[in-house]
Design a protein around this ligand. Structure first.
Ligand SMILES: Nc1nc2c(c(=O)[nH]1)N[C@H]1C(S)=C(S)[C@@H](COP(=O)(O)O)O[C@H]1N2
Ligand SMILES: [Mo]
Length: 439
């Protein structure tokens, strides 16, 4: 039942297509795209979120959905590059799934759910039931608790905030020598509106015991090598970061359900710090008397050398430190790189963010960084939301130009021209450049 077209694995936009995913591993594609399990009779049962996703994609309910065969791709979708409920994301890896958003699709002040990037280290839970979901809070607390999402909503203040989330590996694709891992270019960043409760309120109710140093986060996803294997990811943050008012346990994304790949039905959002701190499919939070040592907390994971390295230089793991706040950075979302524009003037725009700081200035250049002009910069919608900027550009003649943008944070730190190399390809906050043809 797979549509038998002969497509390249990657479509023109560098996106893996549905058909190509099915050709490679049909069972996995069923599971990944529609949460559909293929049974021994080759019947693919499609229900719940998977059915809703397929119905949304074909643009209507599917009255005969019970007789849909396994590995079925609706002809309405054949050849499309889609993750259900996502729009225009470029798939970098499909198991575990990582997908980034092209910069020009990040133009909205608040990132729509369909355009929020996806970074999975493991295999997401299937058939998630929000009503049956439980979060355990234990470890160094006076009153260990297990709470449903309903209880979280009832017992604590609900808050909505626009929060910037960036993968620490965003920009890894530009490392030379290359760094292993998902080859993110610019699009592992987003600023969605998250609704949930403050982690501080929940920890306050549980009673943080003296001697607490760090949180530890666990989610319901499983390791790619099997459910019994080690955890795919379990990170934590210093208790002070956990107690900040912007750190949320979220149950809604942009006023609607959290996308299944963004951690539905419950996730942490720890803004300004590496995205990996924001555990998805959150099931347990425990407080510890030491720095958490869960999966991807140690070695070279989300850690960088404490001194600059020459590209390719080796460093002793003992000299690595955990990445905390992300550095100042900006993104140009208009024009799209490669755009042809009319002669004369053009408005460029985008966003800028700076970990736990704010952005003080954004400047743009159209002469390869010789002169810089200040952009108009908005205040953040709330702390830890990215800031929007725009700049009117003038081009003296027809021809090839690059638009460069660089941001400076509230403490005077400015984006560098070139990245600072480290072995795992983290924290690339070099200035963003886009190409335009004028005239
Ligand atoms: N349970 C769980 N949480 C997780 C991950 C994961 O693999 N498993 N990936 C982390 C990483 S590395 C990032 S960058 C963010 C990305 O969030 P998003 O996929 O919603 O964009 O989720 C984090 N939370
Ligand atoms: Mo990440």
């Amino acid at each position: 039942m797979r549509n038998d077209t002969h497509e390249p694995t990657r479509g023109s936009a560098g996106t893996r297509t549905l058909t190509a995913l099915y050709r490679r591993d049909p069972d996995e594609a069923d599971r990944l795209l529609f949460g559909r399990r293929t049974c021994s009779d080759r019947r693919g049962f499609l229900r719940g979120a998977g059915l809703a996703a397929m119905a949304a994609l074909v643009g209507g309910t599917i009255p005969f959905h019970r007789t849909i065969p396994a590995h079925f791709i609706p002809v309405a979708l054949a050849g499309e590059s889609v993750i259900p409920g996502k729009d225009g994301l470029v798939v970098l890896n499909d198991r575990p799934l990582s997908a980034e958003t092209p910069a020009h699709l990040l133009d909205d002040a608040v990132t729509p759910t369909e355009r929020h990037f996806i970074r999975n280290n493991g295999i997401p839970p299937e058939a998630v039931d929000a009503g049956a979901w439980r979060l355990t809070v234990d470890g160094l607390v006076e009153r260990p608790m297990t709470l449903s999402i309903d209880q979280l909503r009832r017992r604590f203040d609900t808050v909505t905030r626009a929060l910037t989330l960036e993968c620490a590996g965003n920009g890894r694709a530009f490392f030379e020598p290359p760094a292993t891992g998902a080859q993110w270019t610019y699009g592992a960043v987003a600023c969605a509106e998250w609704t949930g409760v403050r982690l501080a309120d929940v920890l306050g109710a549980a009673g943080v015991k003296e001697g607490t140093v760090y949180t530890a986060h666990e989610g319901a996803d499983t390791h790619p090598s099997g459910p019994e294997a080690k955890r795919p990811l379990s990170r934590g943050v210093p208790i002070a970061k956990a107690m900040e008012p912007g750190t949320l346990i979220a149950f809604a994304q942009n006023g609607g359900p959290i996308h299944p790949m963004n951690g539905a039905p419950l996730r942490l959002v720890v803004p300004g710090w590496p995205g990996s701190c924001s555990q998805k499919w959150l099931t347990r939070l425990w407080l510890r008397d030491r720095v958490h040592d869960g999966a991807k907390m140690t070695g070279t994971s989300y850690r960088v050398p404490d001194r600059p390295l020459a590209p390719g230089e080796q460093a002793d793991e003992a000299d690595f430190v955990i990445i905390e706040a992300m550095p100042v950075k900006s993104l140009i979302t208009r024009p799209a790189s490669g755009a042809r524009v009319g002669a004369g003037r053009l408005e460029a725009r985008g966003h800028a963010w700076a970990g736990d700081r704010t952005v003080r200035a954004v400047e743009v250049s159209v002469d390869f960084g010789t002169t810089w002009t200040p952009a108009a910069l908005d205040a953040p919608e709330n702390p830890h939301a990215w800031q929007n900027w725009r700049a009117a550009l003038a081009f003296p003649a027809a021809g090839y130009y690059e638009i460069w943008a660089r941001a400076t944070d509230s403490r005077g730190a400015r984006q560098p021209d070139t990245l600072a190399w480290n072995p795992k390809g983290y924290l690339n906050n070099a200035i963003h450049r886009v190409a335009v043809s004028v005239g």
